[in-house]
Design a protein around this ligand. Structure first.
Ligand code: ASP
Length: 453
């Protein structure tokens, strides 16, 4: 009888080669609680390598442009060939992949979701390979298609969202025998069409499965020993985080921590499933635990996240505070123009709206500014590009006096001007806007102040 139930999800680098898949199998087989395995598509094997998902996207684009798909299909098959061959599995798996690709390209049923169906092939093929390999080692393992698993999603190609009814369906997977290998990154609409999650979305599948089967633990295997308190490309060997809360992880991954897709944790979070981030290459290390609550032993700040690529629209109008509906009207213009915003700090006579750069291409900017001027009769409106956001995150912040003053001191020490401050309403985070070229010195100075003293 199984006592605990774990969902183990393996990311792209963990399944990039046959050797890695052998490590994955050892990890899965070393703990009988690891009943559910969710996999990504093979990722990069070395710097400059191409992810299998990107190859499938290239294949789809070649097809849509009327070019031959053979060259890229051959490269894809080559990649799978070396994996299948080194694992000693039959070649039949390769012709299966080829046949499925041709079916997706030719079959009318894929007319509306062809690209999604192709993109999902990386995960789907790998799940079949891994379950085949576990069987070849003499274990009871099964490939489970997300449709059979019960993962029902919205009809949004490339950015599907899970529907609530999935969780109940997934629960019945607990009764199945053996190790269940489920491909990440996609589900099916109610009508039965395959839809993918946003890029990096295998984490989302892992989290959905963990919530659905009510796992005791969701293990997310990747290529780092733990989550670090700051981006290791800015600070060498930063402090490792042993335990953090869901809210902290969500805030950190939103602002540039690339460990997780930033929406990925929500299903696990809502179902209160503890999450552990571990390294496939060092499974004996404890990794980082993500839990609902933690004791406040680490000081008020647990991590510093940062990301570039923001724009700010600044508007000012005398007596704005008295004008009923000003904020709503401003945001309504953005809704009209299909622009989503990230933050909106405001003052008495002015307000800024912070947007991701990709939401406001230059050609849209002119029109938006004109509309704001004419429709809202503002005194000034200006746009500032090349902004970076730095976020300090920690559950302890709301009960500690002086965090903001220490943070601003760090900016002053680094001689960096703060363009904007926004204290998240949750009080788990505080956000600072700076010019992109000042991001590094500012983060270094914050790290020194909060983590090295
Ligand atoms: N294979 C997908 C991607 O490259 C999803 C994932 O790996 O999580 O985005």
């Amino acid at each position: 009888m199984v006592i605990g139930m774990k969902v183990a999800k393996f990311g792209g680098s963990s399944v990039a080669t046959a050797d890695m898949l052998k490590k994955v199998s050892r990890i899965v087989l070393s703990d009988p609680d690891r009943k559910f395995v969710v996999v990504s598509a093979p990722g990069k094997r070395f710097d400059g390598d191409v992810k299998v998902t990107d190859m499938f996207i290239e294949l789809g684009e070649s097809f849509l442009n009327g070019q031959s798909v053979e060259p890229v299909l051959n490269r894809i098959i080559d990649r799978f060939h070396s994996i299948v061959h080194e694992l000693g599995l039959p070649d039949g798996l390769l012709s299966e992949i080829k046949d499925s690709v041709w079916a997706i390209l030719k079959d009318d049923q894929y007319k509306s979701n062809r690209l999604d169906a192709l993109k999902a092939m990386g995960e789907d093929s790998l799940a079949k390979i891994l379950s085949g390999y576990l069987q070849s080692l003499g274990h009871q393992a099964h490939y489970v298609n997300p449709k059979d698993a019960g993962i029902i999603v919205s009809n949004e190609p490339g950015s599907a969202q899970v529907l609530e009814e999935s969780f109940e369906r997934l629960y019945s997977l607990r009764n199945r025998d053996g190790i269940l290998v489920i491909p990440g990154f996609f589900g099916y609409t109610k009508e039965g069409n395959l839809m993918t999650f946003p890029r990096g979305g295998s984490d989302i599948t892992g989290s959905i499965v963990a919530a659905g089967v009510r796992a005791d633990l969701y293990e997310n295997f990747t290529d780092v020993d733990s989550v670090y308190c700051v981006n290791p490309s800015i600070i060498k060997k930063p402090k490792e985080i042993k335990t953090l809360t869901y809210r902290e992880m969500r805030e950190l991954s939103y602002a540039g921590f690339s460990v997780f897709h930033d929406e990925a944790l929500i299903p696990a979070f809502q179902a209160k499933i503890p999450v552990c981030i571990k390294n496939t290459n060092h499974p004996e290390k404890p990794g980082t635990m993500i839990v609902a609550e933690r004791d406040a032993t680490n000081g008020p700040v647990i991590g510093i996240a940062s990301d570039t690529g923001f724009v700010s629209i600044y508007v000012s109008k005398y007596l704005m505070n008295r004008e009923l509906g000003f904020g709503k009207n401003l945001l309504e213009i953005l809704v009209d123009e299909h622009i989503s915003f990230e933050h909106a700090p405001s003052g008495i006579d002015d307000m800024s709206v912070i947007i991701r750069e990709n939401q406001l291409p230059e050609e849209k900017e002119e029109r938006v500014i004109k509309r704001i001027k004419e429709e809202l009769k503002v005194d000034t409106v200006s746009v500032e590009r090349n902004l970076a956001m730095i976020m300090i995150v920690g559950e302890g912040m709301n009960s500690t006096i002086g965090v903001a003053s220490r943070a601003t001191e760090a900016f002053a020490r680094a001689n960096v001007n703060i363009e904007m401050i926004n204290q998240g309403s949750s009080e788990v985070s505080m956000m600072f806007g700076v010019k992109s070229d000042k991001l590094e010195p500012a983060v270094k100075s914050l790290y020194e102040l909060f983590f090295q003293n």
